[in-house]
Unconditional design. Structure first.
Length: 332
């Protein structure tokens, strides 16, 4: 027992839509091939959410219902909903509010976090700070993206990478030493130009011109982003381990953002963590932006044991990046 309130993940849910886009499917749309995609990224297929008129909220609801059930939470008990997404249902209101209404969380407030691929870590740390005050007992953290809504399937530099999916966790107070222990979050807006959506915001509102110029989709200068991602994601993962006196042998799992298998391998190598202790699902789901880390935790949940040391790490547009050290709080 410690006398400090920590925030622990007490339930995890994940979901991906059923429709699959394989590398062979993309070969029909752009000049690419399976061998290039697999060797440069590690991705074989990704999911796409095709429900007409539905957005990120509807896509991720199965994961949220699952988390409420697994954590024995009644909707009215939820204090705070924080949704990390780069593809909100609307510019406003926040997707977190739509989620609150959908589940009937009448005592909760909520908002969205926009930090591209690092959003889930930013949201997790934000949520944990609220729990640590002692005032908030049930914080629902969601990370999800319908990337297909902002991907140009004629741009081979981006369409091969992204997929749709997401997940959610419940954060609750614990005093047994498990839960979120430490985090490092960083951002540098000088990197904005290399990974962004050019139009649709207040600087360049939607117009016929912006639509014709295909400016409502992700634009990425991949090689530059790759360089920053490899260095920064690995660096913060190593730093959070070092300042908590953790060596590779102490770590049960590295949970990296799934953007590119080569970036994941570089992070594993920098921290000394062997690849058999690295959560990986990029092969099946690609880069689901805010969805990758919850989807990993969801898929590996059965292998996690109470007290396991986990390092979560991410890098994304912004630039944004960060690492979280947590002790897993339950056996499933
Ligand atoms: O999740 C948030 C942050 N995002 C990331 O972390 C993504 C970071 N970037 C990456 O993962 C990689 O940069 C990509 C996977 C996007 C691209 O891989 P790369 O090894 O950096 O390729 P590149 O852009 O440097 O291009 C190398 C070559 C070029 O041809 P030339 O100029 O050498 O003739 C490209 O035109 O590969 C070509 N290329 C392709 N070829 C076949 C680029 N995309 C493709 C493609 N299929 N899809």
């Amino acid at each position: 027992m410690s006398n400090k309130i920590q925030a622990a993940i007490t339930a995890i849910g994940g979901c991906v839509p059923p429709d699959i886009i394989t590398n062979a499917d993309l070969e029909k749309l752009v000049e690419t091939n399976d061998e290039w995609i697999v060797s440069r990224t590690g991705i074989k297929e990704r999911r796409v959410y095709r429900e007409e008129g539905k957005g990120t909220m509807n896509m991720v609801m199965p994961a949220i219902w699952d988390v409420l059930a697994k954590s024995n939470t009644k909707p009215e008990e939820v204090d705070f909903i924080i949704c990390a997404t780069t593809t909100p249902d609307y510019v406003f209101p926040a997707t977190a509010n739509l989620i609150g209404a959908e589940i009937g969380a009448k005592n909760a407030f909520g908002y969205d976090v926009q930090a591209a691929c690092s959003g889930f870590l930013y949201a997790l740390v934000t949520g944990s700070q609220f729990v640590e005050t002692g005032k908030f007992k049930k914080v629902l953290v969601v990370g999800a993206d319908k990337m297909s809504s902002i991907v140009n399937y004629h741009d081979r530099a981006t369409c091969i990478i992204f997929g749709d999916g997401g997940g959610a966790v419940m954060l609750e107070p614990t005093m047994d030493g498990n839960g979120i222990c430490d985090s490092i979050l960083r951002s540098d807006g000088n990197g904005a130009q290399y990974l962004m959506m050019d139009a649709g915001g207040s600087r360049r509102p939607p117009s016929h011109e912006t639509v014709d110029a295909k400016q409502h989709v992700v634009r990425q200068e991949g090689a530059i982003v790759f360089k920053f991602a490899v260095t920064n994601m690995a660096e913060v993962a190593a730093e959070v381990m070092q300042r908590n006196n953790l060596v590779a042998d102490d770590i049960a799992w590295l949970v990296p953002h799934q953007a590119n298998k080569r970036i994941i391998e570089a992070t594993a190598s920098r921290t000394g963590i062997s690849m058999d202790k690295v959560m990986l699902n990029i092969e099946k789901f690609g880069n689901t932006t805010n969805g990758t880390i919850p989807l990993c935790l969801w898929e590996y949940e059965k292998k996690l044991k109470k007290g396991d040391n986990l390092i979560l790490a991410a890098f994304g547009g912004g630039f944004t990046w960060g690492a979280v050290y947590l002790k897993w709080a339950y056996n499933s």
